[in-house]
Ligand binder design. Structure first.
Ligand code: ADP
Length: 558
């Protein structure tokens, strides 16, 4: 073969086993398995004949992302394969890809190289229909709200103060702002509306934080979708449709079982945005995996300042989880970019740029320690990395007292020997007794929670609240939401709220411009800078490369 095979070529050449074999090996009783084709199945946790959650959780997070790529999903899959190769009973819990980014810029989200989950095309495209169900539930709510207003508006909903939008699992900037209800009295009440991408829907966040179907129903009921003319919050329970929405989600809420190239079982379920939401797969999937396996490897979106912090302070709190180890993925390329090197130069060895950029990794690693969890650095090896750079980075980690290993799970696979060193370090970290703690107690006022995250995790001097944000803080206290955790919406590219400030900046202020109470999900979103809840497509979308051959085989998925 000439050149490097693409992710799709590797995935298609891999031997994929019938899903019942994977399920049987993972200890799933046949009665709990619901087939979606030959290689995908849902697991009904209510019918699962397995003990209570007991598996230890390994969280895979990363340094600050760059366009050079870090490979969190790839490392998650490869690490789990390596742990399985070392004889451990392991399971993966990952997010489901969103169709918009698949067709747009990012391509797929099923790992890469020889560390992928299969069937990659089906997981990336529609999968088992969960996102369709979430889209339907979201849009059913909005149709019911607009119908309520049209039918006389007994709840006194102010159409100008809606906080919920319609959604679509697509990058479609033309739908960001729309006006609905035009055409005369029989077409509804005109109002300004808009579309978000499905993964930004609060229903996605609710779905991913629910502990079971009853909790899902209760959380749906607590969603605030708008305010009355007298500025009182209106919830789904006020409208009385939480039951219908839960009904629409009753199948989707069961986790999806698939396999890696090496045959390790993986639950791929739910996929909230990592900015406006918490960026982790469903809690139900994580807990189901913890019932079946001794070790669960899972991932949180963006860098550790966002993904890991939200995992620790939001998801772990709801689920009563205590992660036993955190893997911080770093690459030589991304570190050199953090050190000021241009993207086009990254293949050139440059120890000075690496040394400058490593400060970014240092801050992330020290942050993880603040949660009382042992960090392990995974250096995701790229073909362009020089031995000198890799050795320097390993020596730097050793000098910091942080265990680190070079992982070549992309090139050699975790099923091969590409992740053996990393797996050995993770197993050692799991033996260190846990002292897990959250960063802040829930009793702290919301502004102090934000300040704690900004100062402790980002390294900011302080926080500046805009006038609207200060007003919103008062509303939050008045409405009794002050005890909720905070979900920071900040650029993933920098510790600051300015995407262009790389490395480990000091002497900056975080600017909170607004606060969005997500009372169903159970957190307060703090908006810093602009946050895109409906992305657009790039000039040359990934869709231009995609095709399907006459036999139905996919072409051009990455
Ligand atoms: P993340 O989860 O951090 O977004 P992914 O694991 O999805 O990153 O990887 C992003 C892309 O980078 C994928 O296309 C993957 O194949 C590629 N990639 C990851 N690791 C490597 C590597 N070591 N060498 C080359 N390409 C890689």
């Amino acid at each position: 073969m000439t050149g490097v095979p693409s992710d799709l070529e590797i995935a298609r050449a891999a031997r994929i086993r019938p899903i019942e074999e994977i399920a049987a090996a993972a200890g799933v009783n046949p009665g709990a398995l619901e087939f979606y084709g030959r290689y995908k199945a849902k697991i009904d946790p209510g019918r699962l004949d397995a003990p209570a959650p007991h598996g230890r959780v390994v969280l895979v997070s990363a340094m600050s992302p760059t366009p050079a790529g870090e490979g969190k999903s790839t490392t998650t899959v490869g690490l789990a394969d390596s742990l399985a190769r070392a004889g451990r009973n392991v399971m993966i819990a990952l997010r489901e890809p969103s169709l918009g980014p698949v067709l747009g810029m990012k391509g797929g989200a099923t790992g890469g190289g020889y560390s992928q989950v299969l069937p990659m095309d089906e997981i990336n495209l529609h999968f088992t229909g969960d996102f369709h169900a979430i889209t339907s539930a979201n849009n059913a709510l909005m149709a019911l709200v607009d119908n309520h207003i049209y039918q006389g508006n007994a709840l006194n909903i102010d159409p100008r103060r809606m906080t919920f939008k319609r959604v679509l699992d697509m990058n479609d900037r033309a739908l960001r702002e729309v006006v609905i209800g035009l055409g005369g009295p029989s077409q509804g009440v005109p109002r300004q509306d808009g579309f978000d991408i499905t993964v930004a829907s609060e229903i996605m966040a609710v779905f991913c934080l629910a502990t079971d179907l009853a909790d899902l129903r209760a959380r749906l009921g607590r969603i605030t979708f708008g305010y009355t003319y007298s500025r009182v919050p209106v919830t789904v329970a006020d409208l009385g449709v939480q039951g219908a929405l839960a009904l629409l989600l009753k199948e989707a809420i069961k986790p999806n079982l698939v396999q890696t190239i090496a045959g390790t079982p993986a639950l791929v379920h739910g996929g909230p945005f990592a900015n406006i939401a918490h960026g982790c797969n469903s809690l139900i999937a994580t807990q189901t995996a913890r019932r079946l396996a001794d070790i669960v490897v899972t991932e949180a979106g963006f860098g550790a300042d966002l993904g890991a912090e939200k995992f620790m302070d939001i998801k772990a709190r709801v689920g009563g989880l205590a992660p036993s180890a955190v893997v911080v993925v770093a690459t030589v390329r991304a570190l050199k970019m953090q050190g000021g090197m241009a993207k086009d130069d990254l293949t050139r060895p440059d120890l000075a740029a690496l040394e400058a950029g490593v400060e970014n990794l240092r801050r992330h690693v020290r942050n993880v320690e603040k949660f009382g969890v042992a960090p392990v650095v995974a250096i995701n090896r790229f073909a362009s990395d020089s031995e000198e750079e890799l050795d320097w980075l390993l020596a730097w980690c050793a000098a910091q007292g942080v265990p680190a290993a070079v992982a070549d799970v992309w090139g050699r696979g975790g099923g091969g020997d590409g992740g053996d060193d990393l797996a050995a370090l993770v197993l050692q970290a799991l033996d260190v007794p846990g002292r897990f703690r959250h960063l802040y107690p829930l009793e702290l006022p919301v502004e102090d929670k934000i300040r704690t995250i900004a100062q402790e995790i980002y390294g900011a001097d302080g926080v500046d609240f805009s006038v609207p944000a200060l007003r919103r803080l008062a509303d939050i206290e008045r409405n009794g939401w002050g005890g909720l955790p905070v979900c920071m919406a900040k650029t993933q590219y920098s510790f600051t709220d300015d995407a262009s400030r790389l490395g480990a900046p000091k002497g900056f202020t975080i600017h909170v411009r607004d606060l969005l109470p997500k009372t169903g999900a159970g957190f307060i979103v703090a908006l810093t800078g602009a946050v895109m809840t409906m992305p657009g497509l790039p000039a040359a979308p990934a869709a231009l490369r995609m095709d399907v051959d006459p036999d139905g085989n996919p072409v051009g998925l990455t």
